[in-house]
Design a protein around this ligand. Structure first.
Ligand SMILES: *Cc1c(COP(=O)(O)O)cnc(C)c1O
Length: 350
């Protein structure tokens, strides 16, 4: 299939990850993470993040988020998150399931971004023992609407959470895109700002399928390790999850690929500004463009073979760019949209 804008997980494996996989495919290695590749990948991640965190790997983001949250929360606890959070709308209740009953307290400020006031307002137990106790704050960086928290915004959110004795978990499925966009150190938007656990995404940035969980609060890691096993997420052939991380982190390919995806989103957004019928739904700060389009134009693009999803209502579509999105694909998409919008008598029918 040609490059699409449906999701950054539609892209293949980047060359750096592929080469590292091949290099790891030699001889025998101990199972369950007791191998040189897993050790080296953990060391490289600690070096990149400039701190001595505990690093674990799982197969996907739902497991990373829900098991990290389950390591923080008891069954009687609650997790504060944005209403658009992946853990709220796209994980089939996994945080509650994995924790044995933790609930989500959602709030809905603009641009899919939480604010300290919203967190403080949500982190309450209005009915004493009848209410779950807020124990975790979950932040998504970059957010589900392709926006980004600055280091100061994250620090303020972490302060608000810690003041209520809550821990902070970050869904970093697109953390690399946020780092590339801000041009900051990875530490600046994670532990240095107060994040306790980071679920660092690899799958959407050119890995075969793996997320790393970084425990800056090392005390949470032991509980996580057992929950990972219980949940069927402990890979026995761990070296093949770990090696691609080494491939993309050594030499900085993870940020190069994220920066490319971001630049394709900016190119796309820039072109869309020329169409009065296209209305951006959020600032384009990472690798996603969220834009409201006339229904007829959406249908015309589908008819031309483009894949993408409605995300906000029926006509607010999500266009995701990946590490390998070619400029030519962006330009062809824009040309097809221009043709669809120019069809006489059609662009008023939305
Ligand atoms: C894709 C994504 C995940 C991970 O989802 P899985 O399909 O479980 O790997 C987590 N959070 C966000 C915001 C995502 O977009």
């Amino acid at each position: 299939m040609a490059p699409q804008f449906a999701s950054d997980n539609n892209a293949g494996i980047c060359p750096e990850a592929w080469r590292a996989l091949e290099a790891a495919n030699k001889g025998h290695a101990s199972g369950y993470g007791a191998d040189d590749w897993t050790r080296a990948a953990g060391d490289e991640i600690r070096a990149v993040f400039e701190t001595d965190c505990v690093v674990h790997f799982v197969f996907n983001g739902t497991a990373a988020n829900s098991l990290a949250l389950a390591s923080i929360c008891r069954s009687t606890d609650a997790i504060v998150c944005h209403a658009m959070a992946h853990i709220n709308v796209d994980e089939c209740g996994a945080p509650g399931f994995m924790s044995g009953g933790a609930t989500l307290l959602t709030v809905d400020p603009p641009d899919a971004k939480l604010t300290p006031d919203a967190v403080t307002g949500a982190a309450v137990t209005p009915h004493d023992e009848h209410s779950s106790r807020p124990r975790a704050l979950s932040l998504t960086q970059a957010t589900e609407l392709g926006t980004i928290y600055t280091p100061a915004e994250i620090a303020a959110l972490c302060d608000a959470a810690h003041a209520r004795r809550m821990r902070v978990q970050m869904d970093g499925a697109r953390f690399a895109n946020a780092v590339a966009s801000l041009g900051c150190a990875p530490a600046d938007i994670s532990w240095r700002a107060g994040v306790d656990v980071l679920c660092l995404g690899g799958t959407k940035n050119g890995l075969p399928g793996c997320e790393a969980i970084l425990f800056f609060d090392r005390e949470l890691a032991d509980e996580f390790a057992r929950r990972r096993k219980q949940a069927g997420q402990l890979a026995s052939k761990m070296r093949f999850l770990a090696a691609p991380w080494l491939g993309v982190m050594e030499g900085g390919a993870w940020l190069k690929h994220a920066a490319h995806a971001n630049s394709m989103a900016r190119r796309l957004a820039g072109a869309l500004e020329a169409f009065p019928q296209a209305r951006l739904l959020a600032p384009v700060q990472a690798n996603g463009v969220f834009v409201d389009l006339p229904k007829v134009a959406i249908d015309a693009l589908y008819a031309k073979g483009w894949h993408f999803y409605p995300f906000v209502g029926e006509t607010g579509v999500r266009l995701m760019c990946a590490w390998d999105t070619p400029t030519a694909a962006v330009d062809r998409f824009v040309a097809d949209l221009a043709a669809a919008l120019a069809m006489p008598g059609r662009n008023t029918a939305a």
